[in-house]
Ligand binder design. Structure first.
Ligand code: DGL
Length: 269
């Protein structure tokens, strides 16, 4: 058995592209429909109820595209809406928090793990719960870094401003003894080089994309839902914001031009 329908990938903006890239690498025959709610990004500082409402709105758009699986490639939306989406949708739904937590536990030697994310994701305690559910002996040091997402959304992750903001943002983690840091926001892998330079070689950096793509692969295989395609599919990209900005960032990430980006409206347009 097989299933030729696409996989839906959603984020508040361009961060989920870091997860989409891993899915493309591990599942090259699967078509992706990507949706970024760039017009309303960042989600991080918003109340959970609002994040949930926006997430549902975006998910409804993806469902109209007949997706066979939904990947919430946003930690903040995962914290706000994953349980509800899992309960109410009849397709597999995967978030990014559990896969990230699992990868961090595998990597850490001293079981003191740092987590950085948006205000919403950190305040929800979702990472702490996931990490301590997997291993009750883990010590978690969490930190919200609200200034990182705007830097990525504006394409400035390689600039001197990025270095200064990351240095200031990560200062509370210095000397805490963490040996592993989870990038608990899918935008942060864009800043990985700067983050890694700031924390030094003694701290391993974990992003959840790789592990999330592995989960997607396992679920497709288990349910016999893999694509029968043997050639590279043509992915579709949608944004509620600027196509030009979205393309500029996607080109830097994928190293190739993306010609099929469409702008869609939100309920607030
Ligand atoms: N990429 C999203 C995440 O993983 C957050 C960005 C935002 O604040 O909208 O949490």
């Amino acid at each position: 058995m097989s299933n030729n329908n696409p996989i839906g990938v959603f984020d508040s903006g361009v961060g989920g592209l870091t997860v989409a890239k891993e899915i493309m690498r591990q599942l090259p025959n699967e078509k992706i429909i990507y949706l970024g709610d760039n017009a309303r990004c960042p989600y991080g500082p918003r109340p959970m109820e609002e994040i949930k409402q926006y997430t549902w709105e975006m998910v409804r758009f993806l469902l109209q595209k007949n997706i066979k699986m939904l990947i919430i490639a946003c930690n903040t939306a995962t914290a706000a809406a994953l349980d509800e989406l899992k309960d109410q949708l009849d397709i597999p739904v995967i978030g990014v928090i559990y896969p990230g937590a699992r990868a961090a536990i595998e990597e850490s030697r001293n079981l003191h793990i740092g987590v950085i994310g948006t205000v919403g994701a950190i305040a929800s305690g979702a990472y702490e719960n996931a990490l301590t559910n997997i291993h009750s002996g883990v010590k978690v040091t969490s930190l919200a870094c609200p200034k990182f997402v705007p830097i990525v959304e504006s394409g400035e992750w390689g600039s001197p401003i990025a270095e200064r903001v990351v240095k200031e943002g990560l200062a509370p983690l210095k000397g805490t003894g963490i040996d592993t840091l989870v990038l608990g926001c899918t935008h942060y892998p864009f800043l990985e080089k700067v983050i890694s330079k700031e924390l030094g070689l003694g701290v391993s950096i974990i992003s959840s994309g790789e592990e999330t793509a592995r989960d997607a692969s396992t679920i497709l295989q288990f349910n016999e839902m893999q694509s029968p395609n043997k050639s590279a599919p043509s992915h579709e990209f949608y944004t509620t914001g600027s196509r030009r900005m979205f393309n500029r960032i996607a080109v830097e990430l994928f190293g190739t031009e993306i010609d099929n980006i469409e702008r869609i409206q939100t309920s607030e347009d």
